[in-house]
Design a binder for this molecule. Structure first.
Ligand code: UDP
Length: 357
């Protein structure tokens, strides 16, 4: 049987590069499209080394460019799309909402439009646990209600989920009275994966997270402090109502997360979906506090980290972790790496980019 082709928009970035590796390992052909707005070629070169594939098609393009996206779908026979191409800095989105709404919505609309125009597609949207907001009903299931987003970034995740749901609904109704006037030409099916906190790097240390400027996320800040790029890690708040006073999160290994995408794509392409639009949590189901994570990093890597407790960061939720049963049962996927393995990989990657190892 001919190999299926998966378009990975934003495929040169942190999550996209790990997903590209796992898709190729699983036997898919991959087309990577990226405008390089938040990355350089380091990870794409790493992907080629890890997979031993020098021929992965790379399209330097912005998914906000409608004509280019249409053209792309005309040149490749795309069986599924994984859409990552989006801005992701929460603070920046608060300061520049128009930039976030325009970029994150336009690029997704273009992908959906082109998918439909070229005969339909299976669409995997990269969503986030941020849609659940603050809740004391933990762990969260896919049925847990979404809360109003606290940032334009978070809102774009909710809006894109809704766009996907509505487009799929319209596509299912194509040709019926409800949708008589619609221009839909091909069926669309889709899955939204709601990520918890992706961390770590590929075990080869050839791909990983490359934050620009001062990292917002915890683990890149830890590794940059350990290597001496940052003087001291600030732990935001130790007076939360949690066992050690610091926030609880569900840190999911990046390779495990990437494998969840392969499982979801296979489910779509193999006709295993139970509904045309499905949602899955992608996490470990295991809450870990900020202090626990810092201690585990020190222990597994045999070093001491310079850190201090400071005030809470505005907007942080106290605790969130996933109920992973649906993904475990339906996708046949489960997070496997331990948090220690993941933190060792994050440190190996930091040393790799510093040229130490
Ligand atoms: N955090 C911290 N110091 C930092 C960055 C993050 O203490 O420099 C904490 C943050 O308050 C949260 C957790 O680490 O409790 C995870 O934060 P991150 O920004 O990585 O992900 P979030 O869950 O906020 O999306």
């Amino acid at each position: 049987m001919a190999k299926k082709t998966v378009l990975v928009s934003g495929g040169a970035g942190y999550i996209g590069s790990h997903v590209t590796v796992e898709l190729i390992n699983a036997g898919y052909d991959v087309v990577v499209a990226d405008n390089m707005s938040n990355c350089d070629m380091t990870c794409f070169e790493g992907v080629k080394k890890i997979t031993g594939r020098d021929d992965i098609p790379f399209e330097l393009m912005d998914c906000c460019d409608t004509a280019k996206v249409q053209d792309l779908f005309g040149r490749y026979k795309i069986d599924a799309v994984i859409h990552f191409a989006a801005f992701k800095a929460v603070g920046e989105s608060v300061a520049q909402p128009i930039k976030y709404y325009r970029n994150n919505l336009d690029s997704f609309l273009n992908i959906l439009d082109a998918s439909i125009a070229h005969g339909g597609c299976n669409v995997l949207f990269s969503s986030s646990a941020t849609v659940y907001g603050e809740t004391d009903k933990l762990p969260v299931t896919e049925e847990s209600p979404r809360q109003s987003a606290t940032s334009p970034y978070g809102n774009t995740k909710q809006i894109c989920e809704d766009i996907l749901r509505d487009v799929i609904k319209a596509s299912a109704a194509y040709g019926t009275e409800v949708n008589a006037g619609a221009s839909a030409q091909g069926p669309v099916k889709g899955i939204a994966l709601r990520y918890f906190n992706p961390i770590g790097a590929h075990p080869s240390a050839l791909i990983g997270e490359l934050p620009r400027g001062v990292p917002n996320n915890l683990v890149p800040f830890i590794t940059q402090t350990a290597i001496g790029k940052r003087a001291c890690l600030s732990i935001f708040g130790n007076d939360y109502p949690t066992p050690d006073g610091t926030c609880l999160r569900d840190y999911i290994d990046i390779v495990d997360l990437a494998k969840a995408h392969v499982a979801a794509v296979s489910r779509m392409l193999d006709g295993k979906m139970k509904k045309d639009y499905e949602i899955f949590n992608v996490g470990t189901g295991r809450p870990v506090s900020v202090s626990e994570l810092v201690n585990a990093f020190e222990k597994v890597n045999g070093l001491k980290l310079n850190y201090k407790y400071v005030d809470r960061r505005p907007g942080d939720v106290v605790a969130i972790w996933a109920d992973t049963r649906l993904a475990n049962e339906e996708l046949g996927w489960k997070a496997e790496r331990t948090v220690e393995e993941t933190l060792a990989s994050a440190w190996a990657w930091e040393k790799h980019i510093a040229g130490i190892e």
